[in-house]
Write a protein that binds this ligand. Structure first.
Ligand SMILES: CC(C)(COP(=O)(O)OP(=O)(O)OC[C@H]1O[C@@H](n2cnc3c(N)ncnc32)[C@H](O)[C@@H]1OP(=O)(O)O)[C@@H](O)C(=O)NCCC(=O)NCCS
Length: 273
């Protein structure tokens, strides 16, 4: 299909946050209106309307070092399989190309079917896990850590400077940054569940113990997006009541950029990487 065929693609503004939230809520995603404001304010969000109703979106969020994250690729159920997601992701890729950015994304299985043909190639695997009832033994509450410590560890692990993003998360009511035994994590409120991530640790035992302590202090439901190659971490989570909901496939379009020096145990979310 030619880029000019089909419904017009618009660039959305912060005033579209509630309409974006309606789309992510339809898909049963966990984003809040505050999350949408990050994409609409700090990134570029493309959308398609049917009349006044927003029916499809895709976002490009630039990060440091010529990188960008593509996410919030959503098409309302009645408008799927018409090529809308393909056109919107194509717009994001074009915006990234113009700025010389390598694009990254964490794809759901449905999303991977769209991104593969566009030229994205798989990198690492993630698993979305959910905790509904905690089976943790009694653990001490984790102690508060600083935003600076989290940003420094995040920069080391991802290779991106995401101070602005982490500062925005940390500034929300209900967010906390905690650490114990060399592990550090951020937990924030989502639409239906608290989300834990990013989470960094020196080993799986420290990561599991920090997750356990967070679960005990926050209660459930909780979500986290673990890097699948941390097998002992995943095994420990499932043994303590977490269930694997779905896989995510990390994909990249563009030249490989500087790799991080440390693999996080859990990421900030598939929409943020
Ligand atoms: C994934 C999603 C965005 C696709 O939107 P869409 O507008 O239907 O996608 P397109 O029409 O551009 O599809 C392009 C191609 O991708 C493939 N594809 C799309 N959805 C697919 C699915 N559910 N299963 C298998 N292949 C699929 C097909 O090859 C399709 O081409 P075809 O229809 O000619 O066969 C939409 O299904 C959606 O919103 N799903 C829920 C949210 C989600 O998972 N988003 C992706 C996050 S990474």
């Amino acid at each position: 299909m030619d880029a000019t065929d089909g419904p017009r693609i618009l660039q959305l503004g912060v005033e579209d946050a509630a309409a974006g939230l309606a789309l992510s809520t339809e898909a049963r995603w966990n984003q809040t209106e505050d999350d949408w404001r990050i994409f609409l304010h700090d990134g570029v969000v493309f959308g398609i309307r049917d009349g006044a109703r927003l029916v499809a979106t895709a976002a490009l969020l630039p990060y440091s070092g010529n990188n960008a994250w593509i996410s919030m690729v959503l098409v309302t159920a009645s408008h799927r399989r018409r090529g809308l997601a393909t056109r919107l992701v194509d717009m994001c890729m074009e915006a990234a190309r113009k700025r010389g950015l390598t694009s990254w994304l964490d794809a759901t299985p449905d999303g991977a079917a769209v991104y593969g043909p566009l030229g994205f190639t798989p990198t690492l695997q993630l698993r979305r896990l959910r905790l509904v009832t905690s089976a943790q033994a009694s653990l001490p509450a984790p102690s508060a850590a600083t935003l600076e410590a989290l940003c420094a560890r995040d920069r080391r692990a991802t290779g991106f400077d995401r101070t602005a993003l982490l500062e925005a998360f940390a500034g929300r009511p209900g967010s906390r940054i905690v650490s114990a035994n060399g592990a550090i994590a951020l937990a924030r409120e989502g639409r239906t569940a608290h989300h834990i991530g990013p989470l960094f640790a020196d080993n799986a035992a420290a990561a599991l113990s920090l997750v356990g302590a967070i679960a005990q202090s926050l209660g459930s439901p909780l979500l986290l997006d673990a890097i699948a190659s941390h097998a002992a971490f995943l095994d420990g989570l499932t043994a303590s009541g977490w269930t694997i909901e779905r896989p995510f496939q990390r994909m990249r379009f563009g030249p490989a950029t500087a790799a991080g020096a440390e693999m996080p145990f859990a990421v900030a979310g598939p929409e943020f990487g």
